[in-house]
Ligand binder design. Structure first.
Ligand code: SF4
Ligand code: SF4
Length: 373
């Protein structure tokens, strides 16, 4: 059966604010019905790496906090620590980064809890009927919350093509060890002819797997990857400004997407009817908000979407983006309405794998009906 996906555009007809439009959307879609009085409600977010400006604006989050409180819930904002070095790899830096990006109690009206604890080791082993995994490592605050509102900045992604609700749930709520399991099929290699020796990739590599080596005396050094250390997080791929690092899929390009969908299934395990989703198809940047930068959006802004099914929601958001022309000045400038903007930005990545697998394992359905609010 098709899932219902609701959306609102960004027009201000009748001078209604986007906050009011989002609230009406969430109520119509039943997102707030997941909250019962007394529930501990995790509002799952990506706080954005400092320097990135594409993440969800904090006032939207404050309104969701107020809506949860109005239903009698006890909201907290949450995300799990990252694998890569960045500024969100432990709870201290993660909280500092979140506050720097505006997710402060004074702004959002709720406390922040880093879901997998101080160093990312606080997780629960959740049994799932997956193909890659029978057990996944989910950040404990997400497991112990009674309900969840998943707020997603919908965008492109350098490893999964599309970064939507499935990605936010699966990669976002996997503990650091879980993230490592999801990434382990991807290994990069350096195109030495393009490498300028700038060292950016080595700076970002979380396990110091990259060194700069002078291969020809007197010439600039080249990046060299130590495959004994590399676990395929892909951070070096996006940090290279010279397209000098390519991804080599050890198995198939779909593995990381399927694993992410399985982690998403683990993240919602035991929460039937207790998870609602809001996706912001705005600032649709080509890459993840994990980077301290964001490129020109692939298309113009589309709107805000809401549903109770993450697979249907991601499908609807991706198709809505692809119906638009590529934005002038973006990576996909010149692509026509109907052409795939995500594939245009990341040509090796067929992003539908995460949806197909999500559907296969019972996370949701790709079939949807779209309702305008
Ligand atoms: S970031 Fe790119 S150009 Fe710079 S050292 Fe690494 S591979 Fe070479
Ligand atoms: S993919 Fe490997 S080399 Fe690249 S940043 Fe990650 S661990 Fe380091």
């Amino acid at each position: 059966m098709a899932a219902r996906v609701y959306w609102t555009d960004l027009r201000a007809k009748g001078n209604r604010s986007l906050l009011d439009k989002m609230q009406r959307l969430a109520e119509e879609a039943g997102v707030m019905d997941v909250v019962a009085p007394g529930d501990l409600v995790a509002i799952k977010l990506h706080f954005g790496e400092p320097g990135n400006m594409a993440y969800i604006r904090p006032p939207f989050v404050r309104r969701v906090v107020e809506m949860v409180r109005a239903r009698g819930g006890l909201p907290f904002l949450t995300d799990a620590n990252t694998l890569y070095r960045g500024q969100r790899a432990n709870a201290v830096q993660h909280l500092e980064s979140a506050v720097a990006n505006g997710f402060d109690y004074a702004v959002v009206g709720a406390p922040l809890v880093i879901a997998d604890g101080l160093t990312g080791k606080d997780y629960v082993k959740v049994k799932i009927p997956g193909v890659h995994f029978r057990e996944v490592h989910i950040a404990s605050a997400a497991v112990h919350a009674d309900a969840m509102v998943v707020m997603t900045h919908f965008k492109g992604h350098e490893l999964t093509g599309v970064g939507g609700a499935i990605k936010n749930l699966g990669m976002g709520l996997g503990s650091r060890s879980g993230k490592q399991q999801m990434h382990s099929d991807v290994l990069p290699s350096v195109k030495t002819d393009k490498c300028t020796g700038c060292g950016k990739c080595a700076e970002w590599c979380p396990v110091e797997a990259i060194t700069l080596v002078e291969m020809v005396a007197g010439e600039k050094p080249k990046a060299v990857i130590d495959y004994q250390k590399c676990y395929g997080c892909g951070e070096c791929v996006a940090s290279c400004l010279f397209d000098a690092i390519r991804i080599n899929w050890k198995t198939t390009p779909q593995a990381i997407q399927e694993k992410t969908a399985e982690y998403a299934l683990g993240a919602v395990h035991g929460k039937r009817g207790k998870v609602g989703y809001l996706s912001f198809v705005m600032n649709v940047s080509p890459e993840c908000d994990c980077y301290g930068f964001n490129d020109v959006p692939l298309t113009q802004d589309v709107g805000i979407f809401a549903a109770l099914d993450p697979v249907a929601l991601d499908h609807a958001c991706a198709q809505a983006v692809n119906r638009l022309p590529g934005q002038p000045g973006s990576l996909v400038e010149g692509l026509l309405p109907g052409e795939d903007k995500f594939l245009g930005a990341h040509p090796a990545i067929e992003w539908e794998y995460q949806l197909l697998h999500g559907q296969r394992i019972g996370l949701g359905t790709m079939e949807y009906s779209l309702h305008r609010v």
